[in-house]
Design a binder for this molecule. Structure first.
Ligand code: CP
Ligand code: NVA
Length: 314
């Protein structure tokens, strides 16, 4: 079956989630509504009954891997976990051939690839939906869970300001594309030389000029922020680098930095965290922190993505 000729009637059914802009603001809202239903309801409709879903991981994962595995099972499907090193992909089989073959067995492919290009090649050749479970460029499933968390904490997304402070990476890119699409303001604060990809930054600014800002000074950036968000200074695909660590040191989220944000501001982080590096323990372990709510919401949000894109929810 070709992904674009899905028999499912939902507008989302049969589609892939490769980049954050694959979902419009309204579609993100639809997925978040479904995720809230799943969170409230102890009984889960079997939207994936009889469907096998591949979970392909080229890199380590705790939250994404387990939330998708459990999510597929709760929806009545069969998770097939595939570590990149076990597949012929690791010995040079092309992403295209891998995707064509896997599409003969599976109803959907959730993939964490080192490079965005590999994911796009998989999605381009697959006959089933392909879902981005993190690449060097984007992490849309994380931001869906985060948006759910922000909405729970503040009762709305529209008009909420999130300051992203730290390394300009896959999380920064994803916030720049998904936050403004649902009415949030996203302020990015990164040191010179470690900002987001200029193409992603420019596209985000062009799409929502009033909702995207770049402010180098972290104290100025968090002023008026309801949420202060950070992520590891060294992403999985990156080697440690003392110059980078030095440049990012002033961007660590401390209590002092949080005090410059809006009163009652919340702290968020996709995890895994490095206490004392990008965030202090007395911030991430404080009452202001939402990190474990975000982690829990991965399960509800991932189930919603699966039901809407791969399953027969309508
Ligand atoms: N936040 C996140 O994606 O965590 P994992 O790398 O553990 O999946
Ligand atoms: N930027 C981090 C996110 C981990 C969930 C990484 O890519 O390693």
């Amino acid at each position: 079956m070709n992904a674009t000729t899905s028999p499912h009637p939902s507008r989302l059914a049969g589609r892939s989630l490769v980049t954050p802009t694959d979902l419009s603001g309204d579609e993100i809202g639809e997925i978040l509504r479904l995720a809230r239903t799943f969170k409230r309801s102890p009984s889960v409709p079997q939207y994936l009954k009889g469907v096998a879903v591949g979970l392909l991981f080229e890199q380590p994962s705790t939250r994404t891997r387990v939330s998708f595995d459990v999510g597929v099972a709760q929806l009545g499907g069969h998770p097939v976990v595939l570590s990149g090193s076990e597949l012929q992909l690791s010995r040079g089989e092309s992403p295209e051939d891998t995707a064509r073959v896997l599409s003969r067995y599976l109803g959907g492919i959730v993939a964490r690839t080192v490079r965005q290009e590999t994911l796009e090649r998989l999605a381009g050749a697959a006959g089933v939906p392909v879902i981005n479970a993190l690449t060097d460029r984007f992490h849309p499933c994380q931001v869906l869970a985060d948006l759910m968390t922000v909405e729970e904490a503040f009762g709305r997304l529209e008009g909420i300001t999130l300051a992203y402070v730290g390394d300009g990476n896959n999380m920064t890119h994803t916030w720049l594309e998904m936050g403004p699409a649902v009415g949030m303001r996203v302020v990015v604060s990164t040191p010179p030389g470690y900002g987001p990809d200029p193409e992603v930054a420019a596209a985000a600014r062009a799409a929502h000029p009033d909702r995207v800002d770049f402010v180098e000074d972290p104290r100025a950036a968090v002023r008026g922020a309801h949420v202060v968000y950070t992520d590891t200074f060294f992403s999985m695909a990156q080697a440690p680098d003392p110059d980078k660590a030095r440049a990012l040191a002033p961007y660590r989220v401390t209590r002092e930095l949080m005090a410059h944000a809006e009163p009652g501001a919340r702290f968020m982080h996709c995890l895994p965290a490095h206490r004392g590096e990008e965030v202090d323990a007395d911030v991430i372990d404080s009452a202001a922190s939402l990190v474990f709510e975000e982690a829990e919401n991965r399960l509800h949000a991932q189930k919603a993505v699966l039901a809407a894109l791969v399953g027969n929810w309508r």
